[in-house]
Design a protein around this ligand. Structure first.
Ligand code: 13P
Ligand code: SF4
Length: 330
């Protein structure tokens, strides 16, 4: 009888894993042997977060990718994040446990259409949210993340005309915070657009002291109710510092693992979606598993490649973001 579990990473490796293996131990061994570093986003499954060398939001992960001296970066996140790491560290091997881990927000902005959009506004500066393809970054002047978007817009002259994409919700939030007008691309994230104002209101009635924490990718109707709005790292820090004991969390559910780990006495409730599905799990982030992470580091694939001409153009707006962030101490 075959006791081996079949694990399939579509299009790359189809391999059986010996179920008696301690994958945590094996991954640690491979990491040392290959001088590899595991960077993981907060939306990854708990096992992956626990074995990562660094867990963070998009800004923190880019900063780590830019400065690591590892030979291999295993990026436990989605495609645009691994691509950003490759753009910042082109000589390193960058791996993504599941090559199909994409992003609905990045998909909502095809570069050829954005190029036309940009041509319609020739006197505008282009700021793109990091959740986009390398091609889109190559069409941009500055990249931003949810933790520095407001400050990046504020760092520009008040009369500077701006195109912001692809996330309209983050764009509207930045416009509200800065008082600036921007031309927005009409994109959004499937996970953050699903929260129900009515259900959150009912939940707040049952938990009157709970604070609502929301990611700026949520719709304005949810952000209006929030006690705190921020990137995943921002939400985590706020939960740690706050005196409140209960929190309703309007972002992807993976962040609850670190929130609970760092705050054992506090209660974190995922914000309810507007139907009964498990919609606050990002289907892209959750494609990565510990098994796929093990196979990825062992076989050194799937590997991320970005054409040299795209790297050359895309690195400038990302480095501009990193230097503005560094000057602001972010
Ligand atoms: P953060 O940079 O806040 O971690 O956001 C990443 C993301 O994909 C949100 O959907
Ligand atoms: Fe993309 Fe949304 Fe998933 Fe973040 S949560 S990776 S924005 S689909």
């Amino acid at each position: 009888m075959d006791t081996f579990e079949e694990i399939s990473v579509k299009g790359f490796v189809e391999e059986k894993i010996d179920p008696t293996l301690d994958l945590f131990e094996e991954i640690e061994k491979l990491k040392k042997q290959k001088n590899a570093v595991i960077l993981a986003h907060y939306y990854q499954e708990p096992d992956i977060q626990d074995i990562a060398d660094y867990i963070g939001d998009s800004l923190g992960l880019s900063q780590q990718a830019a400065k690591t001296d590892a030979d291999i970066i295993v990026f436990a996140g989605v495609h645009f994040m691994a691509e950003t790491a490759k753009i910042l560290s082109p000589t390193k091997k960058v791996l993504l446990p599941d090559a199909k881990a994409g992003c609905s927000l990045a998909d909502s902005c095809p570069p050829h259409l954005f190029k036309k959009f940009k041509e319609q506004h020739p006197d505008h500066l282009v700021i793109t949210y990091v959740n986009c393809t390398a091609e889109l970054k190559a069409l941009s002047d500055i990249v931003c993340t949810s933790s520095n978007a407001v400050q990046i817009v504020e760092s520009l002259p008040k009369d500077q005309k701006i195109i912001f994409g692809p996330d309209k919700n983050l764009g509207k939030y930045v416009m509200k915070k800065t008082g600036r007008d921007m031309v927005l691309w009409n994109g959004a994230c499937m996970v953050h657009e699903i929260f129900s104002r009515e259900k959150i209101t009912k939940l707040k009635e049952r938990h009157p002291n709970a604070k609502l924490l929301a990611h700026p990718e949520c719709e304005d109707i949810i952000l209006q109710m929030a006690d705190y709005i921020g990137s995943t790292t921002g939400l985590l820090k706020y939960a740690g510092k706050s005196d409140a004991q209960e929190f309703i969390v309007a972002t992807e559910s993976g962040i609850l693992h670190q929130m609970e780990k760092e705050n054992p006495g506090k209660t974190f409730i995922p914000a309810p979606p507007n139907n009964n599905c498990a919609c606050n799990d990002c289907p892209h982030m959750k494609r990565n598993t510990l098994e796929k992470l093990y196979l990825c580091i062992k076989n050194e694939q799937p590997e991320i490649f970005v054409p040299a001409d795209i790297i050359e153009k895309a690195v400038k707006p990302i480095e501009r973001m990193l230097s503005i962030s560094a000057s602001l101490g972010l």
